[in-house]
Design a protein around this ligand. Structure first.
Ligand code: C2O
Ligand code: CU
Ligand code: CU
Length: 492
């Protein structure tokens, strides 16, 4: 058995400062400090030496858009199959992966508001799976709940109504006790809802609208992914759309990037190496009301940032590295994500209008609830994680909510070092406050996942007006969810 001595904490810098020595974790516990393990080095439970992977050596690939098998006046029908595959991630080696339709990440689904998507998912793996559409308002039998699994060899039809605004959503595995490893090994696909409003804006589109699915992994010298629960400090290879530290040749014009942090536990804070800005246009659940310029883009696991980068600001020949300022791990590795190479001029008739969307008017809340996130951080061998003092129990409904209710949920992180975030199925919420202050512009939209760093408190406004049933909420650091930081709400 592998030791779980490292399971306690996932390090995340909150200052954004990169020291010369690298991205040391500020949250090393006493045991970690005594172990004096080199950052990114192999611990005693090492399986193999880490792979050596060159940076900016492979081009970014863009997952293909999946074509429907059939389209009716109201519905697009798709087939997806989960199976094993192998792919070159480490030069000269084949990494065994789990993918949707033989791809990692899987193919992108492009849905349209008001048109249904129906996907028949077939499980050709040897473990149970559950296919969750993260960020979607869906009936409970299509939510992909942790216990609602597809057995090996089985299949299940998921129906997505797409009655929500244009948004970058995410298909990922959610089978209880398997989701962490399944997503780590590749079960992840981008799902984009579009609508008339978004289309009317003139944002960069077609080849200039690119998903960037960022995650981390630990690859051994044979090119295999090493999965150890909460092994965050050794997952120091950063991949974008499945390729390690890729480059993208861009024209000197505007591009739209749908950034998704699909890592199991790694928080990211992105920036451009020249200090240039991103124009953020959207978040998890859709477009912001107005764009805002920012040089810093924080994205925790499960969060999305919809941004435009205008490369016409930079002369042809410029190379811009997309950097990450958060640890843990060596800055030469986890501090870099990908590189944009400006290689040609181009015409550009895209725009980013000053007004992007009208958010739904917040409804007055009639119920308030509190949720305290906490995990054992005292160094015990099998740490547990809790919400309001209780670990996940599939037989227990934690919160009962009458349909139609609007509520304020106050979520706090009672840990002294471990970061968490908080994700609800079924709903898009608004962040009312972070530590008593109004949300920053990058959080002032429809959200389904919110960062809650150690000691922080967020207040969320949530309306439950779509579907009834039992849905999950949890920390989206998969390993924390698996340790018990998950609950169930019933909308009745
Ligand atoms: Cu993306 Cu229950 O999660
Ligand atoms: Cu979800
Ligand atoms: Cu957590």
């Amino acid at each position: 058995m592998l030791s779980r001595r490292n399971v306690l904490k996932t390090g995340v810098l909150t200052t954004g400062v990169v020291g010369a020595a690298g991205l040391a974790s500020p949250v090393l516990g006493r045991r970690d400090a005594e172990a004096a393990e080199p950052a990114g080095g192999a611990g005693p439970e090492a399986i193999g030496a880490p792979a050596v992977i060159p940076q900016f050596a492979v081009p970014l690939t863009v997952p293909p858009v999946l074509s429907p098998l059939l389209s009716s006046g109201t519905t697009d029908y798709y087939l997806m199959t989960m199976k094993k595959l192998s792919k070159e991630v480490v030069p000269g080696k084949r990494t065994e992966l789990l993918g949707y339709n033989g791809l990692v990440p899987g193919p992108t689904i492009r849905a349209r508001k008001g048109r249904r998507v129906v996907i028949r998912q077939t499980n050709l793996l040897d473990t149970p799976v559950s296919v969750h559409l993260h960020g979607a308002e869906v009936p409970v039998d299509s939510d992909g709940a942790p216990m609602d699994t597809i057995a090996p060899g089985g299949s299940k039809v998921y129906t997505y109504p797409n009655n929500q605004p244009a948004a970058p959503l995410w298909i990922h595995d959610h089978a209880h006790h398997h989701e962490s490893e399944h997503v780590y090994r590749g079960l992840s696909s981008v799902y984009l809802i579009g609508d008339d409003n978004e289309q009317s804006l003139g944002l960069p589109s077609g080849p200039y609208d690119v998903p960037l699915v960022i995650r981390d992994g630990r690859y051994d010298e044979n090119g295999q992914l090493v999965y150890i629960m909460d092994d965050f400090r050794n997952r120091t290879t950063i991949t974008v759309n499945g390729s390690p530290w890729p480059y993208l040749r861009v024209a000197a014009r505007k591009y739209r990037f749908r950034v998704l942090n699909s890592a199991n536990t790694r928080f990211l804070s992105l920036r451009l190496s020249n200090g240039g800005t991103f124009t953020q246009i959207g978040v998890d659940g859709g477009l912001l009301e107005a764009p805002h310029e920012t040089a810093v883009l924080p994205v925790s696991p499960g969060e999305r940032a919809d941004v435009v980068i205008d490369f016409s600001r930079y002369p042809v020949g410029t190379q811009l590295v997309l950097e990450n300022t958060l640890g843990p791990g060596p800055v030469e590795q986890v501090g870099k994500v990908m590189r944009f190479d400006v290689v040609r001029t181009a015409s550009d008739d895209s725009t980013v209008p000053a007004r992007l969307a009208t958010l739904p008017t917040p409804l007055p809340a009639t119920v308030s609830r509190s949720f305290v996130l906490r995990m054992d951080e005292d160094g015990r061998a099998e740490p547990q994680a809790y919400i309001n003092g209780r670990s996940f129990d599939q037989a227990r409904i934690d919160v009962r909510i009458p349909w139609g209710s609007t509520e304020v949920w106050t979520v706090s992180n009672a840990n002294t070092t471990a970061p968490h975030n908080f994700h609800l199925h079924l709903v898009q919420f608004r962040v009312l406050e972070r530590n008593g202050q109004p949300p920053a512009p990058g959080e002032a939209g429809l959200k389904d996942t919110v960062r809650v760093l150690a000691g922080e408190t967020v207040k969320l406004l949530i309306s439950f007006r779509s579907y009834r049933g039992v849905y999950a909420y949890h920390c989206h650091m998969f390993d924390h969810g698996a340790m018990g930081m998950m609950g169930q709400m019933e909308i009745y």
